[in-house]
Design a protein around this ligand. Structure first.
Ligand code: HSE
Length: 416
């Protein structure tokens, strides 16, 4: 099969945009050239000459010599307008913008169908790990039972550094920003939103199910304090922000994002710093484990490059599982074992949500408990002032009700 020449109009020349420019210089075998670059800031100094740049998006979108748009800007709304126009104008698109994709997934599917042009976005989830294309091409839907992963590099970097190097949360976040890992609004990382957007994209390719961001509940790492970090250290666990998706029945899938204690025998245990890791469970192979850098200029640019290369062979996602699996429904009927930190005055209210409490420790101001509850209660609990929640494990059987009277098993101790 002969390769098509790819003439690129690039939007954005930040960390990833410049990374792509450099990576393309080093891969001359790929017949891909950046013809024009659109940027916003007229006064910013840039490492290459002004003749490469335009400030008018239409100059690129209407340029007939450009057959491919690579969209690497920060603003998800502006990105959607660019991608929409590009597809309407018959140009193939490569994007890394997970927020934009997650917020407009259905419209983007429609646009691809209507204008018969490909949209590829391998870089939008787990940067250097080729997870989307693997899910899309390799796994037949019935075989895939679950997917769980560390899909956000910044939070993994922050949690690794605070645990390992005794660095403060604020200093680790600043470091992640300086290294180009974090979003420009870092609450997207620390609040678990970025991981949620990525999970939404992975769900579409893993199970053929299309959700809206609000369907997936996300808890971030922003409320984690010393108590949880010390608890993890004492038990020999690591704290990780984990995206979960799993079947809870033949036609049911559940998914959420939350911080979790990861034990040493878990494949995700040694996925540290800016690395991402995804564990797939299938009917016959048990576990498969993908790992690679999850953020930063070159890891992200390498996934963009791979999409550009795929376009030169006319590759496009076929979304086969969406057709095959129309009966699959999203539901959140399962329970979780958690560690929950609380201010003492809210204990009476909190107790009501639990099916089971194993341990409870408190002093005059705060306490923590370990227990099981229906997942559907997490949102209400997490909105209580001063509460922070870490997942210990997931009970995938939604019907299991644990029948222990919590009043009989309270043990009140001092927190050290
Ligand atoms: N802020 C993102 C992360 C960038 O830290 O994973 C890569 O998507």
């Amino acid at each position: 099969m002969s390769r098509k020449n790819i003439n690129i109009g690039l939007f954005g020349f930040g960390c990833v945009g410049y990374g792509l420019y450099e990576v393309l210089q080093k891969t001359p075998g790929l017949k891909a050239n950046i013809l024009q670059i659109c940027v916003k800031d007229k006064n910013k100094e840039r490492p290459i000459g002004n003749e490469h740049f335009t400030f008018d998006k239409n100059e690129i979108l209407n340029n007939e010599n450009i057959n491919t748009i690579v969209e690497l800007i920060d603003d998800a709304d502006a990105a959607f307008e660019i991608v929409k126009t590009a597809l309407k104008n018959g140009k193939a698109v490569v994007t890394a913008n997970k927020k934009m994709i997650a917020e407009h997934f259905e419209e983007l599917l429609e646009l691809q169908k209507q204008y018969k042009v490909p949209l590829l976005y391998e870089a939008s989830a787990c940067a250097s790990i080729p997870i989307i294309r693997n899910l899309e091409e390799y796994y037949d839907n019935d075989l895939l039972e679950s997917l769980e992963g560390i899909v956000n590099g910044s939070t993994n970097y922050i949690l690794s550094r605070t645990a390992k190097d005794n660095v403060s949360y604020a200093a680790a976040l600043k470091d992640a920003q300086e290294k180009g890992y974090a979003e420009s609004n870092p609450i997207l990382d620390t609040g678990g939103f970025d991981a949620k957007y990525k999970l939404l994209i992975l769900l579409a390719h893993a199970f053929g199910i299309v959700l809206k961001p609000d369907d997936i509940y996300n808890i971030g790492i922003d409320k984690i304090g010393d108590l949880e970090l010390n608890y993890a250290k004492e038990k020999g666990y690591k704290l990780k922000l984990v995206a979960h998706a799993f079947k809870t029945g033949k036609h049911k899938v559940s998914a959420f994002v939350a911080p979790r204690f990861v034990k040493p025998n878990d494949k995700l245990f040694n996925v540290d710093d800016v690395y991402n890791g995804v564990v797939l469970e299938t009917a016959f192979t048990e576990h498969q484990f993908f790992v690679g850098k999850g953020a930063g200029a070159y890891p992200t640019a390498s996934a963009v490059l791979s999409d550009i290369s795929a376009l030169s062979y006319d590759y496009q996602y076929e979304y086969k599982k969406m057709e095959a699996n129309k009966r699959l429904q999203f539901n959140n009927e399962f329970s979780v074992n958690v560690l929950l930190k609380y201010p003492v005055e809210s204990l009476t209210k909190i107790k009501l949500y639990f099916n089971h409490i194993n341990e409870l420790y408190q002093n005059n101001t705060e306490g923590y408990l370990i227990g099981a509850l229906d997942f559907s209660h997490l949102k209400k609990l997490n909105s209580i002032e001063g509460v922070s929640i870490i997942i210990e494990s997931v009970e995938q059987n939604p019907l299991k009700k644990l029948e222990i009277n919590i009043n009989q098993i309270f043990e009140l101790n001092e927190i050290n």
